[in-house]
Write a protein that binds this ligand. Structure first.
Ligand code: ADP
Ligand code: MG
Length: 589
């Protein structure tokens, strides 16, 4: 039990240090902000003191001139304070926003490096929620936190010094209530903490729901599944309301408890001060100053109280940010910076299984002891039933997932020894579903090589047989493709993705069912572009239409039990086994 508590404390310390580290780049601004906060706190301490003098001295002695002089002094102090407050409000928030920006930047950079397995497990909407709304709270805490702590600390100490200057015993009585307030706040801490965490999770869930519902709006419309989507959303929304309700209950108890302490303080000052006055220990001016200082004293206390809420909420946000930052990114173990690879690929006794696989049999390997050789410039085709692991195998070559045992080499170098940049620079992939970014056709093709010239982009488009189509568009290459390329047909999208690979010009090409989603006529046309693309490159082709891979140097039939058959088309046909059966079936069609 003790040890557990200690490790969470250590975790909190670590978290706290990480948080502090974000102040570093902005420390100048931050300390300016703090200095202004300090001066504001000091300014506030003048009022009761001056009020006391006016009540006790200037008014009874009818020194009107002195009274006005002090009023003028007070006015100057307030004008000065207004300037300070402006600095605090404006630049303080700027510090917060800049820190938030830094965190968001770090998180985005980190996301770019996280392995695919992370994205297999985490929902887009939920990640978005962490990067956007969670960090908002963190930013609020970042500047209000230290500011409030600082101002309140100064004011508390200042108020105590002033109060005890009037009457020490009375001050001690008042301050004796303070520890109880702190204890109460501490007690409420864990409850608020859990409540806020739960809220954040539910917000993320709602966001994830919205994200998938919008992404899938075309599917749900076609299935007239709007009511289903609505009720799914409502459930998440309901859970959010519930969680938020719980958080507000915790906050309600906390705030009302604190307010009660507040009132109690006023009451005790009135009664105790009254008694002191009654016994002649203090005079009218002192009594008035005391009451005024109590207000001053409660201001920082209340500020600390709201800071406490902010701290809970902000730290929850920061913890969620930190959780993602702690996920290990794809570490670059490799150091070999190969500029261009020849493209001879070897799988040596490779086994792989998905770590977080939901499959009943946790040990089920998707790839088991697979050995294969692809000579540079040759083509190897993978065929087999869906779920056989063809896509998985393709994903292993660019190291999207780490293999469990064996090794994969390119030109004899283990891919783990290459830098990811060098490795991926040399591999082009065309998949069944094409992802286009929201932007112009030019931008989407240029993704293959961000430094490409206009002419190179046009050449690539010509090779992919999309140039003529682009020229029919009013805006040509500047045409926006819509989110995920929604404004283009399947064939057009595929051509753009092929143009992308032409531009990239890799030595290794992976075609994973590149034409499976297309109709026969389009498929035939695209097939020509693909044949053109494959020329002179090492190719790994996954195809369901067997006529397209007849000329492959080797055909591998991959089933759930591993490689069932391998050889050239003629060899496999002569075998009269799986491949021959599949081929004859398709041929008859
Ligand atoms: P194929 O491309 O031959 O149809 P896949 O390689 O896509 O087959 O899938 C092989 C097996 O791995 C399937 O059983 C599938 O459920 C599983 N699988 C595929 N992708 C993932 C993933 N990202 N996480 C967990 N399991 C996966
Ligand atoms: Mg597949």
């Amino acid at each position: 039990m003790r040890r557990g508590a200690r490790t969470t404390d250590e975790g909190n310390m670590h978290l706290f240090r990480k948080f502090i580290s974000y102040y570093k780049p902005h420390r100048k601004l931050f300390f300016t902000d703090m200095a202004c906060s300090f001066l504001v706190a000091v300014c506030d301490l003048f009022y009761p003191m001056i009020a006391k003098n006016i009540i006790n001295t200037y008014v009874p002695n009818r020194e009107l001139r002195m009274m006005l002089v002090w009023a003028a002094v007070l006015l100057c102090i307030y004008l000065f304070k207004a300037g300070l407050n402006y600095v605090i409000q404006y630049w303080g928030h700027i510090v917060g926003v800049r820190m938030q920006g830094d965190m968001r930047h770090d998180m985005f950079m980190h996301l770019q490096r996280l392995p695919f397995s992370f994205f297999d497990e985490n929902k887009t909407g939920s990640i978005m929620s962490r990067i956007i709304s969670d960090l908002q709270d963190v930013s609020e805490l970042a500047h209000h936190g230290p500011e409030d702590l600082f101002i309140s600390g100064i004011m508390l100490v200042g108020a105590f010094v002033m109060l005890s200057g009037i009457n020490l015993y009375l001050s001690l009585i008042v301050f004796a209530i303070l520890p109880f307030m702190v204890l109460f706040a501490w007690r409420m801490r864990s409850e608020m903490n859990t409540a806020f965490r739960k809220t954040r999770e539910e917000v993320a869930e709602v966001n994830a729901n919205v994200e998938t519902a919008i992404a899938g709006i075309r599917v749900s419309r076609s299935y007239t599944a709007a009511p289903h989507e609505n009720s799914k959303f409502d459930r998440a929304n309901e859970r959010f309301k519930l969680a938020r309700g719980r958080a507000y209950r915790a906050m309600g108890m906390f705030s009302s408890g604190m307010a009660l302490f507040n009132d109690f303080l006023y009451l005790s000052v009135l009664v105790a001060g009254g008694l002191f006055f009654y016994n002649g220990k203090i005079d009218t001016g002192e009594f008035a100053a005391f009451l005024l200082y109590i207000t001053l004293f409660l201001k920082p206390v209340n500020r600390l109280v709201s800071l406490f809420e902010q701290l809970q909420e902000g730290m929850t946000g920061f913890r969620r940010f930190h959780e993602i930052m702690e996920v290990h990114d794809e570490e670059d173990t490799g150091t070999v910076e190969a500029e261009s690879l020849n493209g001879t690929i070897d799988f040596e006794d490779v086994s792989f299984r998905y770590l977080n696989s939901d499959a009943a049999d946790q040990d089920a390997k998707v790839i088991s002891h697979l050995t294969m050789h692809i000579e540079r410039g040759h083509t190897v085709a993978l065929v087999g039933p869906s779920g056989g692991g063809k896509t998985t195998l393709c994903n292993l070559i660019p190291r999207f997932y780490e293999i469990d045992s064996g090794r994969i080499t390119i030109d004899g170098t283990d891919i783990r020894e290459l830098t990811r940049y060098a490795l991926r620079k040399n591999i082009g992939i065309v998949q069944q579903d094409v992802f286009l970014f929201n932007g112009t056709i030019r931008e989407n093709i240029a993704y293959g090589n961000l430094e490409a010239s206009e002419q190179e982009i046009i050449d690539a488009a010509k090779k992919a047989n999309i140039h003529d189509y682009v020229m029919t568009l009013d805006e040509g290459y500047d045409t926006n493709v819509g989110e995920r390329g929604i404004k283009l047909s399947g064939g057009q999208k595929q051509r753009i993705s092929i143009a992308r690979v032409f531009l990239k010009n890799p030595s290794i090409l992976i075609l994973d069912e590149a034409t499976s989603a297309l109709d026969n006529a389009t498929e035939m046309l695209i097939q020509q572009s693909l044949a053109e693309l494959s020329r002179g490159r090492t190719c790994l082709v996954v195809a369901h239409r067997l006529s397209t891979i007849k000329n492959a140097d080797e055909i591998i039939v991959l089933t759930k039990d591993g490689i069932a058959e391998r050889g050239t088309h003629d060899e496999l046909m002569a075998n009269h086994a799986i491949y021959a059966g599949l081929y004859q079936y398709q041929f008859r069609e």
